[in-house]
Design a protein around this ligand. Structure first.
Ligand SMILES: [Zn+2]
Length: 109
């Protein structure tokens, strides 16, 4: 059974499309924190984008209706842990001051 979560929800229009945003731009009023059951969605999801910020990173997945869900990297990693990258070529790269590896071939022929 899902637990509870605190989200900012507009008391006028019910908007909580950005649950971390304490201001409803449509109604021009603050969105108080409300405690409700956590939502769950079941279906097929397609990876369509990724995000990265100072505090988190992960993938954006989209359901069949086009609704997008940000998934945190820790959960993405738990899903793909052990996945083999077969016959790929990596090349050294540098981004800013950080060294890493870039994927050169998507799949060797
Ligand atoms: Zn509103």
């Amino acid at each position: 059974m899902p637990g509870k979560i605190n989200v900012h929800m507009c008391a006028a229009c019910g908007d909580e499309s950005r649950p971390e945003e304490p201001w409803c731009f449509k109604c021009r009023r603050s969105k108080p924190l409300v405690r409700r059951d956590k939502l769950r969605v079941t279906g097929d999801f397609t990876v369509v984008d990724w995000f990265s910020s100072r505090s988190s990173a992960g993938l954006i997945v989209e359901d069949a209706d086009g609704k997008r869900y940000p998934m945190y990297m820790s959960d993405v990693f738990a899903m793909i842990n052990g996945l083999q990258l077969v016959s790929r070529t990596l090349e050294e790269t540098k981004k800013g001051s950080a060294y890493g590896w870039a994927l050169i071939t998507k799949e060797a022929v």
